[in-house]
Write a protein that binds this ligand. Structure first.
Ligand code: 13P
Length: 426
């Protein structure tokens, strides 16, 4: 007989709009005794999550419930797997995407210094409050990536940021690497650190409300680089991080970034990106990472910033999708690009072109996980002045909305001139 775990979800339209915060899971002990499928109730209808990770409405479905007869030890893992799959799918639902606001204090201060904003904890807090209180941000953004300082911060009225975020229907995530450092023996290359103590840090972040995490590896392109040693060391660290995240019930965002700095051509970027991704997925496989419960955050395939030949938006879209099709397994639910220093408009246009040209033929969703390409206009308007707050929030919402359109393949540069409308106030 199949026992079912019930999740109650109020007032949601689709199963993929699961408001994870309001899910009321039964205790782990009960879950351990339970089997597939998970049942979710939405608008009075019951949906089942099948073991092939699709939802189906129970009343209309002709599909058989898969009766699991798995050993007890496996069941707890299955429950975690289902939560991971559910979180990953929710992050890609309804054409939304991720907003990275996980700049380290050092990076945030550098950006503030450039605009003459004081480099203090209070200024960083005020700026992050501006972001998380942007009205209707949850219309376009499914998850935000926080930094260790930020996940502990509060609004000026004392409300924790994590509560503000979840009340907006957005899932909090957390950057957990401790930065890219010079790699010993490999001049000009970097290795990302942060594995020591990661299991305990993940536990703490989970208790604070984070349901996904991020780790960024950086790969420079130049004469004789990247080296095999650098690619392998970074891929191994990404895979160890991803395995620990899944153990902790958090979806790992796996971010191998091939940098734009340099004179290299688009073809060279495609070649390096493919090699890096193949290495990463080999290590993910060896570390037993469940691909259905992770997110890939790669660079787009672009010519180097100082390369004389800069390809068109469509050429970039074609090269990027071709590279991803060669290297990313179909089991991965979605790909959320970093922006890497592209302008907000170009990042939206290129993501849009990929979805216009390929969306119906791709095994994974193509979405965004931008920091600068969403935040930069807002930061430049705000400049640390309260008086600029509403206009800065409008600019932030505008970029988020353009990227939601890019996911749908309906972004148009005309949105940039007509697009400074106020976000709807909820
Ligand atoms: P950018 O979109 O500014 O590249 O940042 C994304 C990110 O998360 C970098 O780790």
């Amino acid at each position: 007989m199949t026992t079912q775990i019930e999740i109650e979800v109020e007032d949601r339209k689709t199963p993929f709009e699961l408001d994870w915060e309001r899910q009321r899971w039964r205790s782990l002990e009960e879950q351990k005794e339970s089997d597939f499928p998970l049942i979710t109730v939405v608008d009075g209808k019951r949906y089942e999550l099948y073991s092939d990770e699709t939802f189906a409405e129970v009343e209309k479905s002709e599909r058989a419930i898969i009766p699991p007869s798995k050993p007890c030890a496996q069941r707890r893992y299955d429950t975690i797997s289902q939560e991971l799959i559910c979180t990953a799918r929710t992050l890609f639902a309804n054409d939304k995407g991720l907003l990275a606001m996980d700049e380290s204090n050092h990076t945030c201060n550098k950006r503030f210094a450039w605009l003459g904003i004081p480099q203090t904890e209070e200024a960083r807090r005020a700026y992050r409050e501006l972001i998380v209180t942007t009205p209707s941000l949850g219309d376009c953004i499914s998850g935000v990536i926080l930094y260790d300082e930020t996940i502990r911060q509060k609004k000026s009225n004392g409300t924790p940021f994590v509560k503000v975020i979840t009340d907006s229907g957005i899932i909090p995530g957390i950057k957990v690497d401790t930065g890219a450092k010079k790699m010993a023996g490999y001049p000009g290359e970097k290795i990302t650190e942060g594995l020591d103590g990661l299991r305990d840090r993940l536990k703490e972040y989970f208790e604070m409300g984070a349901r996904f995490a991020k780790w960024r590896a950086v790969i420079a392109v130049g004469d004789g680089i990247p080296s095999q040693g650098c690619m392998e060391a970074n891929a191994q660290a990404l895979a160890r991080y991803a395995a620990l995240c899944q153990e902790a019930g958090m979806v790992p965002v796996v971010e191998p970034e091939v940098l734009m700095e340099g004179e290299h051509t688009l073809d060279r970027c495609r070649e390096v990106t493919e090699e890096v991704l193949r290495t990463v997925f080999d290590r993910l496989y060896k570390q037993r990472v469940m691909l259905e419960g992770m997110i890939l955050k790669p660079n787009m395939v672009l010519p180097g910033l100082t390369c004389p030949k800069q390809e068109t938006v469509d050429e970039v879209a074609d090269a990027t999708v071709q590279c991803l099709l060669r290297a990313v397994p179909a089991a991965v639910p979605g790909i959320a690009f970093l922006s890497g220093g592209q302008s907000g408009e170009l990042a939206s246009a290129r993501l849009n072109a990929m979805n216009v040209r390929f969306k119906s033929r791709l095994p994974w969703a193509l979405a965004f996980s931008f920091a600068r390409a969403i935040q930069q206009p807002a930061l430049e308007i705000w400049r640390g002045e309260d008086a600029n707050l509403l206009q800065a929030q409008q600019a932030l919402y505008h970029r988020a909305r353009c990227n939601r359109a890019a996911r749908r393949g309906t972004y148009d540069t005309a949105m940039e001139t007509n697009g400074s409308e106020s976000p709807p106030r909820s």
